[in-house]
Every structure is written in C-alpha cells, then in structure tokens.
Design a protein around this ligand. Structure first.
Ligand code: KG4
Ligand code: ZN
Length: 337
C-alpha cells in the first residue's frame, strides 16, 4: 500500500510517501519550513501559517511524487494530520487530502499528530520493538507514555502547564534569542559556566510522572532581572542563564524518564518531538540507559520536529488495519487529547 502523508498542523508543510511493501518503507519525503517567515513576529502567526500551507502543499505533493517516480494514480491511500494543532492550518491538509482522495477514489484517514511523533523512530533502520516507554517532548506537549502496540497507549504523566519546548522558546525570548528558541538556547548554553547558577528541578521532589515548567520560566526571568540590576548581564552571564535553564529542564526530564522505566520495568525508551533534538538531553539519557541495561531510540534529526514521514507511517499502519475517515467527513481537531 502506497500512502501519501500530509502534515500541516503548525509551521511546517510536510509531505511523504510510505510504501508498506516488503523492503520498501519511506520512498520520498519533503518539507517546507515557515520558520523564517514567523521569526520576525517571535512566534507562529496562525493566519500566516494557513495561507502559506495553501501555497506550498500542492507543489510539495508533486515533488514527492516526482522523487518517488510515481504518478498520482499509483497512490493507494492518503493520511493527514487531523489534530491537534492550529485549526486553519489543519484544514489546509485535511481538505487537500479529502479532495485528492475523492478525485482518485482512494481511502483517506486523519491521524493524531502526537502518534506521529510517538512512532517516528519506527522509520529508522533499527526500530524499537514493543513495548516501550516514550518521552514526547515538543513545543505543545511533554508526556510520558507506555506503548504496548499500535494504538495501545497509556499516559503515565504529562505537563500540568507549559510544555518543555514552549519553556525553551520562552527562555529564548527572555534572552533576546530568535524563534524557535530551543536550538538557540542550546547553542548559547555551550558557552555557559555550569557552576554559576542553579535553577530548580520542578516536581522532582515528590512521586509521580507529571511535569511543570512554568515556574522555571519565572525563575529564569528573575535571574535575568537580578543580573541586570547588578549590571552583570553580559554575554557570559546570558550564556550562564541558558546553561542553568537547559540543565534544569534536561535534569527534570531525565529524572522522570528514569522513574518511568523503573515503574514499568521496561528496557526501551523512545524519545521524540522537537526537544529530542537536544544534544545534552540525548547524552544524559544515553548514560542513564547504559547504567540500567536499557536502550534509547530517537528519530533521525529531521524527523524529530514536524514532518510528513511520521504521518505517512502512522496512517499506513492504521489504513492497513482497515481504518478510514467516513466518506466525505474531513477532520480538523485543534484540541485532541
Ligand atoms: O515537535 P516540534 O517540531 O513541534 C511541535 O509539535 O511542537 O517541536 C518544536 C519545539 C520548539 O519548542 C523548539 O524550541 C524545540 O522543539 N526544540 C528544541 C531543540 N530543537 C527544537 N528544544 C531544545 N533543544 C533543541 N535542540
Ligand atoms: Zn509536532
């Protein structure tokens, strides 16, 4: 089954083709990122995002078909991100998918964006087997999930306020760095002195697997103001703040992953979503896993953030199992638990 996957939930237009045939897999993928367009506003502007998806989507679909050497008629099904995300942006992908599926008379299915992130490591050469613990860390979510199979998910814990990526983006703004902040904070933190400042590790002093990152945001702002008042906010001090912030987030995530592995007794940890690109997080989790004879799995760099490949993959698995959208009913679900 050749499945076209479409991702338009936020600020990346992603398209890919996944072939479920033996020895096939991902046959083409393409991405257009709107980051540069939103950067001057310091965050994603929903209306601009939708308009840009309408401009980029059809040419990207043509591009992956050309790259795969396929014609439209050779597609067997279409999967698209139905949510969660920005509703206008989601509707571009949903209506394009449904329009094409109707014209080609093939099945179409809306899938959950976070399930895409969750299973993105399945696109790698040595994918994890089930069951595993997954840490999903993106701009909108921070969740620990026990994964027993396709669609067999148990939420172990999640953020009660800001997501980890959101906290990175806000800290970046306070430090005068451009959007999206995660990679920029990480780069600045490399120059930081790890011993100068220490930020709290929220919710690690009590049992449980939930997270909270909004206090860390306030703590960062207070630290910056104090340095400013003491006339000490030079480049080194900004790097020290970035370092303390990154260490606090990473440490918190690592502590909870360790707990989740202990609690479930599982030996596989999948880390996915934009923040999984963070090098310090990967190093620390790698060390933790080695210590307990466990193994960590990540998507390749460009599949950590939003992409069409993960949607084509999840869609293909569910379409193979017979799932389809009801005829003519497209789904765009901005909030989808
Ligand atoms: O998964 P994603 O592309 O989009 C959402 O579905 O949210 O994640 C984007 C988030 C942003 O908040 C970005 O700042 C963060 O991932 N991010 C990082 C890094 N690269 C991206 N955070 C920390 N370190 C990084 N290297
Ligand atoms: Zn995402």
């Amino acid at each position: 089954m050749r499945v076209l996957g479409i991702e338009t939930s936020c600020d990346e237009t992603g398209v890919a083709i996944f072939d479920t045939g033996t020895g096939r897999g991902l046959v083409a993928d393409a991405l257009y990122s709107q980051i540069a367009m939103h950067a001057e506003y310091g965050g994603v502007v929903p209306e601009l995002a939708s308009r840009d998806h309408t401009r980029r989507l059809l040419p990207l679909i043509q591009q992956v078909l050309d790259d795969a050497g396929l014609s439209r008629g050779e597609l067997d099904a279409i999967a698209y991100t139905a949510g969660p995300g920005l509703v206008g942006a989601l509707m571009v992908g949903a209506s394009t998918a449904h329009g094409m599926a109707r014209a080609l008379d093939i099945p179409v299915l809306g899938v959950h964006h976070m399930e895409g992130h969750l299973l993105a490591p399945m696109l790698e050469d040595a994918p994890p087997g089930f069951p595993f613990v997954a840490l999903l860390v993106s701009g909108g979510h921070t969740q620990l999930v026990e994964v027993r199979g396709l669609g067999r998910y148990r939420l172990l814990g999640e953020s009660v306020d800001d997501a980890a990526g959101e906290a990175f983006d806000k800290a970046a703004k306070m430090l005068g760095l451009a959007y999206p902040g995660g990679p920029q904070v990480a780069r600045l933190a490399e120059q930081g002195d790890p011993g100068r400042l220490r930020f709290p590790r929220p919710m690690t002093d009590r049992p449980g697997l939930d997270f909270s990152f909004s206090g860390l945001k306030t703590h960062t702002l207070t630290a910056i103001r104090q340095l400013e008042r003491a006339d000490e906010l030079d480049d080194q001090a900004r790097a020290d703040v970035a370092r303390a912030f990154e260490e606090a987030v990473v440490d918190t995530l690592v502590i909870k992953c360790r707990r989740a592995l202990d609690q479930t007794g599982l030996k596989r940890l999948v880390v996915a979503g934009g923040v999984s690109a963070n090098v310090r997080l990967r190093e620390r989790l790698e060390r933790e896993c080695t210590k307990r004879d466990a193994r960590a799995y990540y998507p390749r760099g460009r599949f950590c953030t939003d992409n069409g490949a993960m949607i084509a993959y999840v869609g293909a698995q569910r379409l193979l199992a017979g799932e389809r959208d009801e005829t003519g009913i497209m789904k765009a679900v901005p909030r989808w638990p």
